[in-house]
Design a protein around this ligand. Structure first.
Ligand code: CA
Length: 237
């Protein structure tokens, strides 16, 4: 099946150039000149990936990303003229999968698109899979993949992670997590910290300095997706 890519870019010549390169690679490209139009397109049909400009007339790329991230795990590649936008996206904790700085080579962008699509399909892109960093989580099948490699979690570890991922950006205390996951009002709250520690060992690049499951001082734990871009810097793409 042809991969279908949504290009949200107000500069028509750039959008058309990207579209041309994608089509040369056998993909289908749909152009949206505004974020508002992009949201409409996403409602109308299923896309495999979004290429998103930040500086747009009307709604900007940040706002668009925040809106779609509430319900749609679609891979997003941000294209922006400002390097500072990458830091802002990290700061907001809204996950973009890749960041490409303008001016860019269309060949490089297309290579990123291909790599990202491969990563996603290797992870088994069934409906409902959730992506963060290099991970893909299937909430119903209790499956977690890093790139195409299965990460093994116990049922409770998976349930803790799934709960935090589904409630991205919200903070939960140990007792709230205990109540949600173990479905008991009272118990040994240390169980929660032990589970968080075990999950971190399995998913965090550095478990003592976690980027996905973060400690919110005095309040609890919060899931964050910004780590992929931090990792990517280290890959020297
Ligand atoms: Ca623009």
């Amino acid at each position: 099946m042809k991969a279908k890519i949504l290009i949200i870019e107000d500069e028509e010549d750039i959008a058309q150039l990207i579209g041309l390169y994608l089509e040369k690679e056998g993909m289908e490209a749909v152009l949206s000149p505004t974020a508002e139009n992009g949201l409409e397109q996403l409602k109308k049909s299923v896309f495999n990936l979004v290429i998103l400009d930040i500086n747009l007339p009307g709604m900007d790329g940040f706002e668009f990303l925040q809106i779609i991230r509430k319900e749609n795990p679609i891979p997003v590649i941000i294209v922006s003229a400002r390097k500072a936008d990458e830091d802002l996206i990290l700061g907001l904790g809204i996950g973009a999968d890749e960041f490409v700085v303008k001016p860019f080579s269309p060949k490089v962008l297309v290579a990123r698109v291909r790599a990202l699509l491969r990563r996603v399909s290797n992870a088994g892109e069934e409906k409902g899979s959730i992506h963060f960093g290099d991970f893909s989580l299937d909430p119903d099948a209790y499956l977690l993949f890093k790139n195409d490699k299965r990460i093994f979690l116990t049922a409770k570890e998976f349930e803790v992670l799934r709960f935090l991922v589904l409630n991205l950006g919200k903070t939960f205390s140990a007792s709230q997590l205990y109540e949600k996951i173990w479905a008991k009002k009272y118990g040994d709250l240390a169980t929660v910290a032990i589970h968080i520690q075990r999950i971190r060992k399995k998913i965090e690049p550095d478990p003592s300095n976690p980027v996905f499951i973060q400690n919110v001082y005095g309040a609890g734990y919060m899931f964050h997706t910004g780590s992929n871009m931090q990792n990517r810097k280290g890959h020297g793409v």
